[in-house]
Design a binder for this molecule. Structure first.
Ligand SMILES: [Mg+2]
Length: 486
């Protein structure tokens, strides 16, 4: 399926949003609801104990689904489901936080030889014996299924229920996965949230019930669902309550407020709801990422995110990209333009501990550089392994960046924080023409209290090819409007 740049940003946002919510909620799992002004951060701890920024079972189990979907395989095929179940079972042997229902199904199935068939039978048997098979453990990991069927809504409905039933046989769990996946798909394709878009795929005798559950979530505080949000229905309600009752900020770049902040604010609200915080926030994060995009996930979170099986945000983004490419490999040309006057790194005119330049210099960085901010795509292994690395989604084309103002300010704040930690930072794009001077000018203007025009002039004077595109120049004026007025 051919996606626009903003649709692709939203597709990647599905996995980054899941991981961000998961890691944000990890340190608060099974806590009480928190006050609206209680600070929430990626503090780590929880059931693991997890490192700050480390995701938990929610994202890990989703990654197993994403891995096979990223080969282009159909998730409804038994061979694909075998892969998923085997991957979960191997992961569960060392994972500190496997859900009760998932562990029971996987260990029963493993005793008979782990595969999709034995898992499905164990899942059904548990449902028939206990009548309590509607935990939130299949909803929390369902997001990648939506990415695999962006071009096929009925295929998505089948796949969401099929993958859910591997461990969670109760129809409520399958319904929840269908509703959430169809909402994620719709948000990736259109940029709009409509949590009811999939109601037509729910059996008519249960549809009314789900309509009432969604309405209840919209009319309740997220903490209303804390007491039983291990149940899939309350987990979905808690996530939807956090999203739907958190106001979407108006874009006001001069004041530093952005529509994109809704992703962060709603995830914080989900965590403050208490209870199964990482799972509720992971569920919310998938839909929030689908509507606001990966570019709305704050850089401070992206720098911290990591987890099983040894991935960071870059690995999650690659998985999402390969899923929506139907398994086709990335054909992006990573050979950077050299020559034609492409500049060598130079010190930023307003801070000599920030170097600015082009991507080809990644191979020959000064030894003092210990943080790299990449404003263009870079290949694995092109950034020195020991440096802190921030990938920024910024496209040097007019109209292609959904959250342009947010991304520019968020990136400059990340550079400011890296500098406050005493780091020496290399900021680069492909050729230091448009993206690098734009970010560098905003950094300089904020640091020295300069007008944006003066800062941009002084940055462009040291980068021979610098010529920010008109979109970026307009964004700089909007972002610096408040400073200029002062
Ligand atoms: Mg978890």
């Amino acid at each position: 399926m051919d996606l626009t740049a903003t649709q692709r940003d939203r597709a990647v946002g599905v996995l980054l949003g899941t991981a961000a919510g998961d890691a944000l909620g990890a340190g608060y799992e099974f806590g009480r609801p928190l006050a609206a002004d209680h600070p929430v951060g990626m503090i780590g701890g929880g059931l693991g104990p997890f490192a700050p920024g480390e995701w938990t079972d929610d994202t890990s189990m989703a990654i197993a689904i994403a891995e096979i979907a990223a080969t282009g395989a159909d998730l409804r095929v038994e061979k694909s489901l075998d892969y998923v179940v085997e991957r979960w079972e191997r992961w569960s042997r060392t994972a500190p936080d496997v859900g009760v229902q998932t562990r029971s199904v996987l260990s029963t199935a493993a005793a008979r030889g782990i595969c999709a068939q034995t898992a499905r039978e164990a899942s059904e048997a548990r449902h028939l014996q206990t009548g309590r098979a509607a935990g939130n453990g299949s909803l929390m990991r369902t997001a990648p299924v939506a990415l695999a069927y962006l071009d096929d809504e009925s295929g998505l409905v089948d796949a969401a229920r099929t993958v859910s039933e591997l461990t969670h046989f109760d129809p409520d769990a399958g319904d929840a996965c269908v509703l959430w996946c169809t909402a994620i798909r719709h948000a990736v394709l259109t940029g709009e949230i409509d949590v009811r878009i999939g109601l037509g795929h729910i059996d008519s005798d249960r549809r009314r019930l789900w309509e009432a559950r969604l309405a209840e979530a919209e009319n309740s505080h997220p903490s209303a669902f804390t007491g039983n949000n291990g149940w899939v229905v309350a987990a979905l309600q808690g996530a939807w309550s956090a999203i739907s009752t958190t106001p979407v900020p108006e874009d006001d770049p001069g004041a530093g407020n952005f529509r994109a902040d809704h992703l962060r604010l709603a995830l914080e609200a989900a965590v403050r709801g208490g209870g199964d915080t990482d799972t509720v926030a992971a569920i919310a994060g998938a839909l929030l990422g689908a509507v606001h995009g990966a570019s709305a996930v704050p850089s401070q979170w992206r720098l911290m995110l990591h987890g099983w099986p040894g991935l960071r945000t870059r690995g999650l983004a690659q998985l999402a990209d390969r899923i929506v490419n139907n398994g086709e490999p990335d054909r992006f040309d990573h050979t950077y333009a050299v020559g034609r006057g492409t500049p060598m790194p130079v010190p930023h005119p307003h801070d000599d501990k920030v170097w600015i330049g082009a991507a080809h210099s990644l191979h020959s960085l000064d030894a003092t550089v210990d943080a790299v901010v990449s404003l263009c795509r870079v290949a694995d292994g092109h950034v020195p392994a020991e440096a802190t690395h921030l990938d920024v989604r910024l496209i040097d084309q007019v109209g292609e960046n959904a959250n342009l103002d947010f991304v520019l300010l968020d990136t400059v704040r990340a550079i400011e924080l890296l500098r406050a930690e005493g780091r020496t930072v290399f900021v680069h794009c492909a050729a230091a023409q448009s993206r690098t001077p734009t970010v560098a000018a905003l950094y300089g203007a904020r640091r020295q209290g300069l007008s944006i025009d003066q800062a941009l002039r002084e940055v462009c004077a040291v980068l021979p090819l610098a010529e920010p595109n008109p979109d970026f120049r307009a964004a700089l004026r909007r972002l610096h409007a408040a400073e200029e007025a002062r």
